[in-house]
Design a protein around this ligand. Structure first.
Ligand code: HEM
Length: 402
């Protein structure tokens, strides 16, 4: 692993993996909004970071000048070996128009409100089971022992994969998201078990069809043709990555907030009708997901001299804190009424799993506060946040107050 020099000025040398950004990115973004507002870096082979809502929305909606060929910043640029553009390795998130719309349309019905509502009783039972297992310990790790267990089970059930493989999914997510800087050969080696696992699962579903998302993809067609196995595997990988650490990060951040803001916790416990607006404010204030694009060609854009294959880091969380769009943007207002946040993105790639994510977040919080109406951070200095493009607390020791 290479040791990177610490960042001295995020305006000219941003690095979203720098400890300062990981620990508390909000003052950095506020400073950038006032000074730039598009920051530059030579790291990762060159890239740009617009810190305003306006800049983020312009880029997110612009598929002429930016490609989604890859959405995770790394040192290299992906080649087209696996699945060539515009399909990409994990359709639809890595697909560009016009293929994107086809790949997205295939997924949407499975994640629509109807099927998601059917999952709610299972998710509620799961949360209760997890809380039972945590028992009546005084201190529990809300991030690792609660939040982190909910989405993998939901996704495992959705895909119809063996229940005992949840730990394996968590490892896959780490490999996919956190190994982006590794050299090409290492990356191929790291991906081999994932590809093999998916090959076995797809084969098993082909031989023993059942009513789940994997068989749904096996039956899907594009203009009368079944999907290629690479497309199916890519969409499954996307579902694992997009559906797991995003949602556990959102649940963890909401618990962190409630543990450190007793007034908001008391209001949510005593006024359950607040839950829908509170969920939107959790999503705005602690938006976990930052995605990337690659610049398609040299151009002057947002006043910057962008070069082909420069990164463009799309800070949806930064857009959500822009005072030009949100009144008192830097305040968490649990009953905020007007809240057109962009935690789920903007434009053609807007999150396809937002119904599922909102349901899991709501049920996870409802069940936690029903069981433990009073709790606090055991030691704020013990809390750690995940580095990279999906932000959420990893270590979150919570003291249950009786
Ligand atoms: C709180 C949890 C979640 C957040 C904050 C979130 C956020 C996002 C964001 C910002 C994007 C846009 C990516 C881009 O512009 O490149 C996205 C795309 C996507 N998300 Fe989510 N997501 C969450 C949970 C989920 C879940 C549970 C699923 C379902 C399994 C899911 C499936 C997807 C898919 C398939 C896309 C790609 C859509 C497309 O390219 O058309 N997400 N998500």
């Amino acid at each position: 692993m290479t040791i990177k020099p610490p960042v001295e000025d995020f305006a000219t040398d941003w690095d979203h993996t720098d400890p300062q950004w990981v620990q508390d990115p909000y003052p950095i973004w506020e400073d950038l909004r006032q000074r730039c507002p598009v920051a530059h870096t030579e790291r990762f082979g060159g890239g740009w970071f617009p810190a305003t809502h306006e800049g983020v929305s312009m880029v997110a909606k612009d598929t002429e000048n930016f490609t989604s060929r890859t959405v995770v910043v790394g040192n290299g640029r992906p080649d087209d070996d696996a699945l060539p553009a515009p399909i990409g390795v994990a359709p639809p998130i890595t697909s560009d128009p016009p293929f994107h719309a086809i790949a997205r349309r295939i997924m949407l019905p499975a994640l629509a409100p109807g099927p998601v509502n059917e999952l709610e009783p299972q998710v509620r039972a799961l949360c209760r089971r997890l809380l039972d297992n945590l028992g009546d310990h005084e201190i529990i790790n809300g991030g690792m022992d609660y939040a982190q267990y909910i989405p993998p089970t939901v996704i495992q059930q959705l895909l119809g994969f063996p229940a005992e493989d949840e730990e394996t999914f968590r490892e896959f997510v780490h490999v996919i998201m956190e190994g982006v800087d590794h050299p090409e050969e290492e990356r191929i080696e790291e991906f081999a078990p994932i590809e093999e696992y998916l090959r076995v699962q797809i084969e098993d579903h082909r031989e023993h069809p059942r009513d789940d998302f994997t068989n749904y993809l096996l039956n899907a067609e594009i203009e009368g043709n079944k999907l290629q196995d690479e497309h199916i595997a890519g969409t499954i990988i996307l579902t694992l990555v997009a559906g797991i650490d995003t949602t556990w990060s959102a649940i963890g951040a909401a618990l962190w907030h409630l543990a450190s803001h007793p007034d908001d916790l008391a209001r949510l416990v005593n006024e359950p009708d607040l839950m829908p607006v509170a969920i939107e404010e959790f999503l705005r204030f602690y938006a976990p997901v930052t995605m990337a694009r690659l610049v398609k060609h040299d151009m002057e854009y947002l006043g910057c001299p962008m070069k082909e294959d420069d990164w463009l880091l799309l800070g949806f969380p930064a857009a959500n804190r822009d005072p030009a769009v949100f009144k008192d943007a830097d305040k968490f207002i649990i009953d905020r009424v007007e809240n057109r946040h962009v935690a789920f993105g903007l434009g053609i790639h807007r999150c396809a799993g937002s119904n599922l994510a909102r349901m899991e977040l709501r049920v996870a919080i409802e069940e936690f506060i029903a069981r433990h109406p009073r709790f606090e951070l055991a030691d704020p200095s013990d809390v750690t946040w995940a580095p990279g493009q999906v932000r959420g607390p990893r270590n979150l020791p919570i003291r249950i107050l009786r």
